[in-house]
Design a protein around this ligand. Structure first.
Ligand code: PGA
Length: 230
């Protein structure tokens, strides 16, 4: 099945990096959909000539109000060809982003034609997975009813080199999908957290509909191997 492969570049790279990386990625013959999410300021420098390459942002405002210093509106993101937006990444939640803000961002994104990629995940290796249902329910609570994607990102797996077992991933994905279904949503769910060239083939054996990738997306050569399935 066709996968959704998302690069979360976080606060990395520079103009030259994005110009080069997007040029190479656009030349690939891709069967999966690839979404490149650079920092806002670099969005204009990414090429998008391949129909399977899409652009995404790493955040969007939770209030549509021009008196919002430092915020970025969905219209601004769309002007630079964004189709997706990552919402509620754990690194933002750590900085004070609440479930309510996530819900507002989902509404703002969907109401303006952007597809949210909402990150959910438990804190530690031994944390219960109950938090997932709560986070999903909250994220959908103000949804405008349009397409939405979730990313299961166990916080302990992000950047740690550790990944959950396939059976744990599948259990988490089921909770997310079931909760979404109870709320009348059919959603795609990605896996994110230390996906790399060495483990991605194994992780593909899970029920995930694709990956959200941090570290490896900054190493274009390795990232391309994953996109090509090498
Ligand atoms: P990682 O990051 O791939 O570096 O673990 C994933 C993420 O934070 O989205």
């Amino acid at each position: 099945m066709e996968k959704l492969l998302v690069a979360n570049y976080k606060m990395n790279g520079n103009k030259d990096f994005y110009q080069k990386a997007s040029k190479i990625i656009n030349k690939l013959s891709l069967t999966d959909t690839v979404v490149l999410c650079p920092p806002f300021v670099y969005m204009p420098f990414l090429k998008k000539s391949n129909k399977n390459v899409k652009l995404g942002a790493q955040d969007v405002t939770n209030v549509v109000n021009t008196k919002s210093t430092g915020q970025t509106s969905p219209a601004m993101l769309k002007e630079f060809n964004a189709e997706y937006v990552i919402i509620g990444h754990s690194e933002r939640r750590e900085n004070g982003e609440t479930d309510l803000m996530v819900a507002d961002k989902v509404n703002v994104a969907q109401s303006n034609g952007l597809i949210p990629i909402v990150c959910v995940g438990e804190k530690t290796k031994v944390s219960k997975l109950d938090v997932l249902a709560e986070q999903v329910k909250m994220a959908l609570s103000k949804s405008a009813g349009a397409e939405i994607v979730f990313a299961y990102e166990p916080i302990w797996a992000i950047g740690s080199g550790e990944v959950p077992t396939i059976s744990k991933i599948n259990k988490a994905l089921k909770i997310i999908k079931d909760t979404a279904k109870e709320n009348k949503f059919n959603v795609k769910v990605l896996y994110g957290g230390s996906v790399n060239v060495a483990n991605y083939k194994d992780l593909l054996k899970s029920d995930a509909d694709g990956f959200l990738m941090g570290g490896v997306s900054n190493k274009t050569e390795e990232f391309i191997k994953i996109l090509k399935g090498e």
